[in-house]
Write a protein that binds this ligand. Structure first.
Ligand SMILES: Cc1ncc(COP(=O)(O)O)c(C=O)c1O
Length: 410
C-alpha cells in the first residue's frame, strides 16, 4: 500500500514537509523503499493504531537486515554495530520529543514503563495515589496492587465526556489532590474514550497545587500521533510503545523520566549493563532499560523509525492523522450515530469511538472488516483509530460499512 506523495503533501499542506520528504531516506535509510510504503494490501487495511500499527516497509526491511546481520555473525564487531544504534535511537527520539537522551529509557512497552513508575516511585503507608478513572490497567490496577503492598490508598476521579472547557478539566484534576497525595497519574489520550487530557495545563496546575507530587503521563496513545514536547509539559515521567502510533518495531517502548527524578526512582530490574556494584548504574534513565539481553535488531530499527518521523515531521504526521480523523468524524456524524469520543476540538483525538450496545460490540468489527476490508476494534464501542497510512478512500469505505450496520449501533 503506497500513499501518493502528492496526496500526503496536500493533506499536511506544508512546504517544509515537502522539503523534508525530498531528503528522506538519504542518511539512515539508504536504498530503503519510499517512506509511505506500507506492506498491507487494500483489502486488509489497519485503522486500529490505538492498538497496533504496521511499520513502514522501510523499517520492516531495516529490522530484517539487522536481525540477519546478527545471525550471520555474532562477532563482537557485528554485535557492536547493531547495538550502537540503540544510542543513536535514544538521541534521535530525545530530539523528536524535546528532551535529552539521558532522560529516556528504551524499555519494552508502555506496560513496562508504567510499572517501573508504579513500583519505582518511593511511597509509604498512608500516601495517596490519584488516578483518572480511564487509565489503562497497567496504570490503574498496577497502582492498586502496589498500594495494597505498601498500605497506600488510591483515589479515582472522572472527567465527564461532555466537560466544556480546559479549565473545567484542570479544576477536576486539582480538586482530586489531597494533602496526602504523592502521585497523580493519567492517560494523555484515553484508549477507551479517545478523550485527550490537556496535559500541559493539568501538569502546570498540579505543580502549583502541590509541589511534591510525582506526575506520570501514559503516552501510549500520544507518542507518534501528537507532536509532543516533553520539555514543555511539566510531567515527571511519560511512557509509550513504539508499536502503536510511532509505527516502529514491536516490543520496544520508552520511559521518559525527568533528570532530577532519575536517581530517586527505583529500577524494577537490575542486570547488564550495570557494573559489579550498586553505584555502577548505567547513566541517566538508561538504568531503566538494563534488562539483560534484548532484541537488539528491534531496538536498532527504532533509529530508522526515528528517521521516518524526522523526515515527515511530528507536526506533519499529527496534521495528516487529524485531517483523516476529522473526515471520519464528519462522515459518521452524517449517520446520526452516538459518539463515545468527544467532538470538542479541545479534547478530540484520532481515536474515534461510537457507542454500541454491549450485545453487538464484539461482533461489529468483524462485520465492518467483512464489508470494507478495514480493521477496527471493539474497545469502548466501535473504535476506529486512523493514522497517516489511511486514505480518504479508507475513511469513505469504513463509513459506508458503518452505515450498512447502522441498526447494530446505539
Ligand atoms: C493508554 C494505554 N496504556 C498502556 C497500554 C499498554 O500498551 P502495551 O501493550 O504496548 O504495553 C495501552 C494499550 O493499548 C494503552 O492504550
Amino acid at each position: 500500500m503506497t500513499i501518493a506523495r502528492r496526496e500526503f503533501l496536500k493533506a499536511v499542506g506544508g512546504a517544509s514537509v515537502a522539503g523534508s520528504l525530498v531528503g528522506y531516506g538519504a542518511p539512515a535509510l539508504a536504498a530503503a523503499p519510499k517512506p509511505l510504503d506500507f506492506g498491507f494490501t487494500d483489502d486488509n487495511v489497519p485503522m486500529n493504531a490505538a492498538n497496533l500499527c504496521p511499520m513502514p516497509s522501510s523499517i520492516t526491511t531495516a529490522h530484517a537486515r539487522y536481525a540477519q546481520a546478527l545471525d550471520l555473525s555474532l562477532s563482537s564487531e557485528s554485535r557492536h554495530s547493531v547495538e550502537a544504534l540503540k544510542e543513536e535511537a535514544r538521541s534521535r527520539l530525545a530530539a523528536l520529543l524535546g528532551t535529552s537522551a539521558d532522560e529516556l529509557g528504551i524499555v519494552r512497552n508502555t506496560s513496562e514503563a508504567n510499572n517501573t513508575i508504579v513500583q519505582g516511585v518511593p511511597l509509604q503507608a498512608g500516601d495517596e495515589i490519584v488516578l483518572w478513572d480511564q487509565n489503562h490497567p497497567s496504570n490503574s490496577v498496577a497502582w492498586d496492587v502496589q498500594a495494597s503492598r505498601l498500605g497506600a490508598t488510591v483515589r479515582r476521579f472522572s472527567v465527564p465526556t461532555d466537560t466544556g472547557s480546559i479549565d473545567e478539566v484542570v479544576d477536576l484534576f486539582v480538586a482530586a489532590v489531597g494533602d496526602r497525595t504523592k502521585v497523580v497519574s493519567f492517560t494523555h489520550i484515553s484508549n477507551i474514550s479517545g478523550f485527550k487530557i490537556p496535559a500541559a495545563e493539568v501538569c502546570a496546575a498540579l505543580r502549583k497545587r502541590k509541589s511534591d507530587i510525582h506526575i506520570h503521563v501514559d503516552g501510549a496513545q500520544t507518542w507518534g500521533a501528537v507532536d509532543i514536547n516533553l520539555g514543555a509539559i511539566e510531567a515527571d515521567s511519560f511512557s509509550g510503545s513504539a508499536h502503536k502510533w510511532f509505527m516502529g518495531p514491536r516490543e520496544v517502548g520508552l520511559l521518559y523520566v525527568r533528570e532530577d527524578h532519575v536517581e530517586s526512582i527505583w529500577p524494577n530490574i537490575v542486570s547488564i549493563p550495570w557494573g559489579q556494584t550498586e553505584d555502577d548504574a548505567p547513566a541517566g534513565a538508561r538504568k531503566f532499560d538494563a534488562l539483560g539481553q534484548r532484541d537488539d535488531a528491534a531496538i536498532a530499527a527504532l533509529a530508522d523509525a526515528a528517521g521516518f518521523h524526522e523526515a515527515i515531521t511530528p507536526a506533519g504526521i499529527e496534521g495528516r492523522s487529524t485531517m483523516i480523523a476529522d473526515r471520519l468524524r464528519a462522515g459518521l456524524n452524517d449517520l446520526d450515530v452516538k459518539f463515545v469520543s468527544s467532538l470538542n476540538p479541545a479534547f478530540k483525538s484520532s481515536v474515534v469511538i461510537l457507542s454500541v450496545p454491549r450485545e453487538n460490540a464484539r461482533g461489529l468489527p468483524g462485520k465492518i472488516y467483512q464489508d470494507s476490508g478495514i480493521i477496527t476494534a471493539a474497545t469502548g464501542g466501535l473504535r476506529m483509530s486512523p493514522h497517516v497510512y489511511n486514505t480518504e478512500d479508507h475513511v469513505d469505505r469504513v463509513v459506508a460499512a458503518v452505515k450498512k450496520s447502522r441498526a447494530l449501533l446505539a
